[in-house]
Design a protein around this ligand. Structure first.
Ligand code: A3P
Length: 407
């Protein structure tokens, strides 16, 4: 059963993590974001923030880190503390640059990451073991994670729930399944995910090359659904999203600055192109393990892409289901229009806790949901530069993304 969590308990989060800036020794994230966090936590408390659904129990999992449980030091806690020390040491050695949300991000094994997600990565590599039936949703930020979460959850649980009274309508897609990168440390000290029924589903933004072999090795039978998007639209979407989350104590990140950083690969989980290429190449090598989808294709023909998705997940729609309109029901349930208008995704509707410092209102995951919004932001010169980076990076890979002038 989900634990009952009071507002006071939520505000009393026990946190052993190193979320700060190792070079200055300043816990920059917790300091600069505390006002925003309290505001968002209040929102969460009043609206019953959930972390993720446990479908067969029909409940939402609530992390024990915020309930005050598990306070006796355990072997696990000792290991966790050691890992925290390791993180501090590691951050001190990594190149850093400007973050879009927080002051700094760090270059770790070829990818720019915030301190919290580097911690998540270390924990995943040390403690997370993929099961053979797990299905991971992977994407660079702002490429369609929310949409895919909804589609995958609705598809996998279509025999469990009626479409008219569906948990996605009450809880929203963000709660559909855990975001591995940070949910790994939402329970204290380490989340085990043992309570999730098979197939367990997780979302991640981590690049393919950063993942533990239990997840990424072609010999493990767990699967990945990867969704990518025209980098120009991903850039616009990410700039809007991160600007909302950016600490008010930091100067705003101008669009021109974000554009420059993005082109240079400097953005959380980036470089964008290396991220996409990593999954693309792995999908070419193991098509049975990685399904590579494009946001633009999904917008154009959602039913076709959904059928592809269901078959890949090992849950193809039967002829009877297709005749009965199940595909259309799922497409409708998960459409931008439907999800963005749900109460849970509107002002005061709820929020998602990613770390002690980062809590995001559900409504911020929905903006326009369109292909080609970049045209309202990029000059011809800017478009040309991004398209030429894409062309150069993807040369001879067989992959093309949103290169047309007219999207
Ligand atoms: P825009 O900012 O361009 O509108 P992510 O879920 O990976 O964070 O990506 C967010 C982007 O997907 C946002 O793009 C958001 O509006 C869009 N989005 C969210 N839900 C969607 C849905 N059901 N269908 C299509 N797009 C959706």
């Amino acid at each position: 059963m989900a634990s009952q969590v009071t507002c006071e308990q939520r505000l009393n989060v026990r946190w052993l993590g190193c979320d700060g800036d190792a070079n200055t020794g300043k816990d920059d994230e917790s300091e600069v974001n505390v006002a925003a966090t309290v505001h968002f936590l209040t929102v969460c408390c009043s609206n019953g923030m959930s972390t993720y659904l446990v479908p067969d129990q029909n409940t939402c999992h609530q992390p024990t880190s915020i309930t005050g449980e598990n306070q006796i030091p355990t072997e696990e806690e000792q290991a966790y503390k050691k890992l925290d020390e390791k993180l501090k040491g590691l951050l001190a050695t990594l190149p850093k640059d400007k973050g879009w949300r927080s002051a700094n991000i760090y270059l770790h094994e070829g990818f720019w990451l915030s301190p919290q997600v580097i911690k998540g990565l270390l924990m995943i590599n040390n403690y997370f073991h993929a099961q053979s039936t797990d299905i991971f949703l992977a994407a660079f930020m702002k490429c369609g994670t929310t949409w895919l979460k909804a589609l995958m959850f609705a598809t996998a649980n279509r025999h469990r729930y009626s479409f008219s009274d569906h948990p996605l309508r009450r809880n929203g897609p963000q709660s559909a399944f855990p975001f591995l990168d940070t949910h790994i440390f939402l329970d204290y000290p380490i989340t085990k995910f043992e309570h999730l029924p098979s197939p367990r589903m997780f979302a991640t933004h981590f690049a393919h090359s950063l993942l533990p072999t239990s997840m990424s090795s072609p010999s493990s039978t767990c699967k990945f659904v990867y969704v990518c998007r025209d980098p120009k639209d991903a850039l616009i979407s990410k700039w809007h999203f991160m600007s909302k989350l950016r600490s008010k104590e930091l100067p705003p990140l101008s669009f021109n600055e974000a554009y420059e950083l993005f082109c240079n690969g400097v953005s959380e989980y980036g470089p964008f192109w290396d991220h996409v290429l990593g999954y693309w190449k792995a999908s070419q090598e193991s098509p049975e393990k990685i399904l590579f989808l494009k946001y633009e294709d999904m917008k154009k023909e959602p039913s076709v892409e959904l059928k592809k998705l269901a078959a890949f997940m090992g849950m193809p729609f039967s002829a009877e289901e297709e005749k009965g309109g199940v595909v259309g029901e799922i497409v409708k349930l998960c459409s931008f229009e439907n999800l963005s208008n749900l109460e849970v995704n509107n002002e005061g509707g709820g929020a998602q806790k990613f770390t002690a410092q980062v809590v995001v209102e559900n409504r911020d995951f929905f903006r326009k949901g369109k292909v080609g919004d970049w045209k309202n932001y990029l000059t011809e010169e800017m478009r040309e530069r991004i398209d030429s980076i894409t062309e150069t990076m993807f040369k001879n890979s067989g992959l093309t993304l949103g290169l047309t002038k007219e999207a």
